[in-house]
Design a binder for this molecule. Structure first.
Ligand SMILES: C[S@@+](CC[C@H](N)C(=O)[O-])C[C@H]1O[C@@H](n2cnc3c(N)ncnc32)[C@H](O)[C@@H]1O
Length: 223
């Protein structure tokens, strides 16, 4: 099971007991994904709970997500958006894997949110470009980015275009298990994460804050 960076198992359990109970489909998604070799890619339960609160604070109705995997984060978001807005809620979910997202669809069906999630299997840069060309700039309240790190710079630009003013763009893995502070790590992924942090901090188009939720969450609010 994935958990936030640096938390002891005791604190993870304490957070789980303090937060609202997970929906049954979220629980099944987390437990079944934990048995996969790629389990660490899934966001933690406490991060899902945080994203739900954030979406509710913003009364978010339309969201996009890049990086679905087995569907936990999209499901957490969809449950909150649909509870607030019913079938007017909408999530554009982007991934390149048919295999992993087939599992996601199963959890979404169980939770009865499959009708508000539109899954597009294609490189996300293409999907976002198409949506902008179709006139969807400014049409989203909330974006969650959790995919290839070298794509983050493009997702930042396209994501900002898709968001309405006041909307929020969340980037996962901003701390990258601590690798961002290792000067010896000059890999493309780590460098992309550092560059995004620098860009967001000085970008007059956003109010950004980095937090240590999950593996680090960079939150950018569009001004
Ligand atoms: C870290 S996982 C996402 C975890 C997910 N948010 C969750 O809560 O379980 C990253 C996902 O990004 C997808 N991905 C990688 N490159 C991509 C791309 N260029 N476009 C869209 N999705 C991509 C992978 O297939 C994988 O499912």
């Amino acid at each position: 099971m994935s958990s936030s960076l640096g938390l002891t198992p005791e604190l993870v359990a304490y957070l789980a007991s303090a937060n609202p109970p997970e929906h049954a489909a979220l629980k099944r998604c987390r437990e079944e994904t934990a048995r996969m070799t790629q389990a660490r890619m899934q966001i933690s339960a406490e991060q899902g709970a945080f994203m739900q609160v954030l979406a509710r604070l913003m009364s978010a109705k339309r969201a996009f997500e890049i990086g679905v995997f087995t569907g936990y984060s999209a499901l957490a978001t969809a449950l909150t958006l649909k509870e607030m807005h019913g079938r007017a809620a909408h999530i554009l979910a982007c991934d390149v894997s048919e295999e992993w997202t087939t599992k996601a669809r199963d959890y979404w069906r169980e939770a009865n949110v499959d009708d508000v999630i539109e899954l597009v299997i294609a490189p996300a840069t293409e999907t976002l470009k198409v949506r902008i060309a179709q006139g969807q700039a400014g049409a989203y309240d909330f974006g969650f980015i959790d995919a290839d790190k070298t794509g983050y710079a493009d997702y930042y630009e396209a994501g900002l275009e898709l968001l309405r003013p006041g909307g929020a763009l969340l980037f996962d893995n901003a701390l990258w298990s601590g690798r961002v502070t290792d000067p010896a790590d000059t890999s493309a992924d780590t460098s992309a994460l550092r560059a995004l942090a620098v860009k967001a901090k000085s970008d007059p188009r956003v109010h950004a804050a980095m937090t240590n939720i999950g593996d680090g969450l960079l939150i950018c609010v569009k001004l």
